[in-house]
Design a protein. Sequence first.
Lengths: 278, 306
Amino acid sequence: MKYWSLSLHAGLFLILFLSLLALFAPQLSSHDPNFIELQNRFSSPTFQQPMGADQNGRDIMSQVLFGASVSLTLAFAVVIVSVLIGLIVGCLSGYFGGWMDSFFMRLVDIVFAFPGFLLVLTLAAITQGGSLLHLVFIMALTGWAGYARLIRGEVLHLKHKEYILSSEALGANHQRKILVHLVPNLWPPILVHASFGMAMTIVTEASLSFLGVGVPPETPSWGSLLNSSRHFLLEAPYMSIFPGLALLLTVLAFNLFGEGLQDQFSAQTKYKRIHDEP
Amino acid sequence: MTFLLRRIVTTLPVLFGVVTLSFFFIHFIPGDPVEIMLGDSARLADKTQLRKELGLDQPIATQYLVFLKNLSQFDLGTSLQSKQPVLNEIFEKLPASFELGLATLLFSLVLGVPLGVISAMKKNGFWDWCFSTLALVGLSSPSFWLAPLLIWLFALELNWFPVSERGGFLHLVLPTLTLASGIAALFLRLTRSSLLETLNEDYMKTAKAKGLSTFQIFFIHGLGNSLFPLLTTFGMVLGSLITGTVIVETLFDWPGLGTLLFQAIQNRDYPMVQGCVLFVSILYVFVNALTDVIYQLLHPQVSVDS
């Protein structure tokens, strides 16, 4: 069986490439992203400024590069926090069941009852003026529920497997069974979900910043770039094109990677099934 | 019938949670909400007045009970900006959002389903590859990027469609295209995967063995059975429609709920924000429950527990 998939590798390559760009944004950008140079307003893309300059003469490429690091860091933080909360809640719910399960799953239902973006938008708007950390907190507040539900389902499925039963027979306590035997086997579905989660979080952050309730005003962000550029569509269409392309490419990368992983894992399970069962 | 009853019973705590969470929104505001709504320079008398109007001078338990009581009488409070009842304004804007949402759904179905069928028929072929790529790009392109590009190309350069606002059919085209890009892509993929799954079923082989024409096999036995799962994703579609609407309406100055919410956010008109979120969320909960019920009615053999 062929374990090679185009989308997985293309996605991984793009993610690594974009992460490097984001990591070395200060070295790669020729200008300070917030440096205002009014005589340079709306200058079209040139060799020195491949993406042109905005309405205040700021270099767009520098803003896009710094925006990448903001966007990726923020999304990564949100996904990590959401996965951790989801892991704790999901394991407790799935493993112990009973009232804990009912309580947590009703909580998940309530989070899911809101159209996700609306909740984030409202929370971000009414607590406006916060820091990046604050934005992470708000997005994780709605993000954890998906992981919790997914992980609970996996735990329910895994906890009756023979290796868990045999570890119990060997005298393993709850803590050991969960941390040593269950959690390591939960990674494949979490990784797939987290990859799609990165894509979604990046779009959410950009949407919030686009609507003016996302990252603080001085922070370069693709969303706020796209918001300011839409007023100058006729004079400077390139102002919209480049930040949007960066966003599209990043979201595409994580979607590709997630899909590739999903295919790979399902292929492996099928392969195992064929070979394990006579 | 028991299923219907059970679905209603399970919806109630969720609804209660939604209402409670919405109530606390105004208390999430760091600092003094009244000061934030009125600005720093507001007079003390005005602040006291507003605090009284919003009931913020009462103990929180009383506030909550009053909130529940008003809600049971369909009273979502009064907008700070327009001094109109929140619910009236929502109903005023609802038709515009409904029009846009319906147009998007129809267009996405008309575009997504046939392309999904072609993809499944020509699995791993050239067209399948083209459409799958297109769908991935459609799903990944943010509406606030797509919309400016569409406006620039079709409204400003080519002058085919108006730039913004609600009006005749032509006004509907660009916002619908923007909103539909993601949803049509979703329909395309779902149709494709669902049809491919159906094609492997035994009854499809039977249909073929009976000597039915390819048309009959594909469109009557195949498509009929594979469009069914599309219904289960309706909640997801509605969610992305609501999300998209806020941004797309803002971009196109579409006088719907999304614009109403966004303006309320900008004006710090918190009773309005709270009302909009509550209204949309309750609607969302109901539509999701309704989808489940319809699915169950159409497909009784699907077990409730699964």
